[in-house]
Structures are given as structure tokens and as C-alpha cells.
Design a protein around this ligand. Structure first.
Ligand SMILES: O=C(O)C(=O)C[C@]1(C(=O)O)C=C[C@@H](O)C=C1
Length: 274
């Protein structure tokens, strides 16, 4: 089985894929250059599964992943989740003093997680976004004064120097990744279900929809709104709940929700990460 992830080697996504595949037999991992390419690798027939970052404890959602799952990725379901700690390093090819750093490269999520650090230490440096943190580390090769923000593992793999460590704005930093496939997970008894829906633009409609969960005592573990992309001020809600979509109580809640929403999509049920 082939599993797609955001490469090249050394990304945090690779760390997540390594963690996930500890429990998967006979698999081969396949690198892609961008998060959309990773998400599309299943419908493009290149991989059976894919691992993508979805949210971070400092910066919040990885919007490109959230929006593609809401709007584009039909036929793709969530079958698992993986959470890993994220520690960012400042990485350079050659020894460099902070005052000589004029350009910082990294993935935009990593840049956002180190925003205060960058502002404090390098107020005048140019900050450039790359497709991944490992791509940023490759980009500093033979470039004095250009540094990358990324994982220690990437610095080791590509033989670069670590100039500073643990530079994220909040030390305790975690990113949650989703495992995508054509099918979601089977019932394990400790599951979650992700759904997205929109409600009519009338008073009380979100309250009404969430009331279904409250009445059935179904615990909600996440709610997030994203622009509907149709009209300013219109939103789609992403909600994670406890339970599997095949559990009787969740099944009946989803049925009822259908009648209280304009649009409802079940993204999948999967075991909670332990
Ligand atoms: O660039 C990487 O190393 C990634 O795996 C992407 C990504 C992300 O998009 O959230 C993954 C984890 C960290 O939060 C920072 C970057």
C-alpha cells in the first residue's frame, strides 16, 4: 500500500507518517511537494492513503487542507488521526551571526508558529514561504545570511547547522494530522466523527443544529467555521463529535441534522489518537 505525505524527507509530515506507519504492515511512503498534491494523490490513483496536517495548537487550522476537504475532496474520507509535538529550529548551512541574517525561509504554518520570535530577533529580515519546512532547509544550502525554520531531523538529513532550538512562540506545540483514504475507519469503541454542514441564514439555525447533539448527549470536540466561498458572511461549519457514524446514537443524530441543515457531509469516523 502507498501512503502519500508532504515531502521532501525531513518534514514534520514525514515524522507523522513514520508514527502512523508503525502500526501499518507492508506500506511504502510517497513524497509530494505540496499539501493539495498530497490530498489529490488518492483521487489521482497514485496512493491508497495520505497523511496531511490539519491543525496546530498555536496557529490553528491548515486552511488549505480544511478547505479542500470541505469543498473539493469528494470520495475521500478520514480514517485516522496522528498528533505529534512540533519543535522548530533555526537552521543554516554555514555559521552565521544573528545580525547577518537577512532572509528566513519556511512553510507558512511554521513561520506563523514562530511569529513573535522572528519579529523580536530579525525585525528587518525578509520572510519567504516555501512548500514545506524541509524544502526551506534545502533552500539555505550555500547561502550565507539565509536561514530556515524547520525540524531538527531535516537539519540532520541535509547536513545543516542548528543555530537555535525550540523557537516556536509557545514551547508546548502540537500538530494534528489526518489519515485520508477512500474509506473511513471501522468501529473501535473510541471513535470520533468529522462532519461539515451549513445552516440557513435565519435566527437560531446553528443553535438548532447543535441542539441535536446536545439532546442526544453527544460530545463535540471541535467546531470551526470557514467561509462558504459563495457570499461574504456565509459560513460552513466543521464539527468533530465523539462516536462512530455507525453507532446508533450518532446515526440518528446525523439523520436529524440533515433536516436542520442546508448541506451536510460526513468526512469520516476514525479512532481517537491515544
Ligand atoms: O512543512 C512541514 O514540515 C510540514 O509537514 C507541514 C506543517 C503544516 O503545514 O502544519 C506540519 C507541521 C507543522 O505545523 C508545520 C508545518
Amino acid at each position: 500500500m502507498k501512503i502519500g505525505y508532504l515531502g521532501p524527507k525531513g518534514t514534520f509530515s514525514e515524522e507523522a507518517v513514520i508514527k502512523y506507519t508503525q502500526s501499518v504492515k507492508n506500506c511504502e511512503v510517497v513524497e509530494f511537494n505540496t499539501i493539495p498534491e498530497v490530498i489529490n494523490c488518492i483521487s489521482d490513483g497514485l496512493c491508497e492513503e495520505a497523511v496531511i496536517p490539519i491543525e496546530n495548537s498555536i496557529e490553528g487550522s491548515v486552511n488549505v487542507a480544511v478547505d479542500m476537504l470541505i469543498n473539493d475532496a469528494n470520495g475521500i474520507m478520514i480514517k485516522g488521526e496522528v498528533i505529534i509535538p512540533i519543535s522548530h529550529c533555526l537552521i543554516s548551512d554555514v555559521p552565521v551571526e544573528f545580525k547577518d541574517v537577512h532572509c528566513i525561509l519556511s512553510h507558512q504554518q511554521a513561520i506563523a508558529q514562530c511569529r513573535e520570535y522572528i519579529f523580536k530577533k530579525f525585525p528587518n529580515a525578509e520572510v519567504k514561504a516555501t512548500d514545506s519546512t524541509a524544502q526551506a532547509v534545502l533552500g539555505v544550502k550555500s547561502k550565507p545570511g539565509v536561514v530556515a525554520i524547520g525540524p531538527e531531523r531535516a537539519a540532520v538529513i541535509y547536513g545543516m547547522r542548528i543555530i537555535d532550538r525550540d523557537i516556536q512562540d509557545v514551547k508546548e506545540n502540537y500538530t494534528r494530522f489526518l489519515v485520508l483514504s477512500q474509506r473511513d475507519g471501522v468501529i473501535t469503541g473510541k471513535d470520533k466523527t468529522s462532519i461539515v454542514f451549513s445552516v440557513p441564514n435565519v435566527p437560531g439555525s446553528l443553535y438548532n443544529a447543535l441542539g441535536v447533539l446536545a439532546n442526544k448527549e453527544i460530545n463535540m470536540t471541535k467546531i470551526e467555521s470557514r467561509p462558504s466561498r459563495k457570499k461574504l458572511g456565509e459560513y460552513v461549519f466543521w464539527v468533530d463529535i465523539e462516536g462512530h457514524r455507525e453507532d446508533e446514537i450518532v446515526k440518528s443524530a446525523l439523520e436529524e441534522l440533515k433536516s436542520r441543515t442546508d448541506f451536510l457531509k460526513v468526512l469520516g469516523s476514525y479512532p481517537k489518537f491515544k
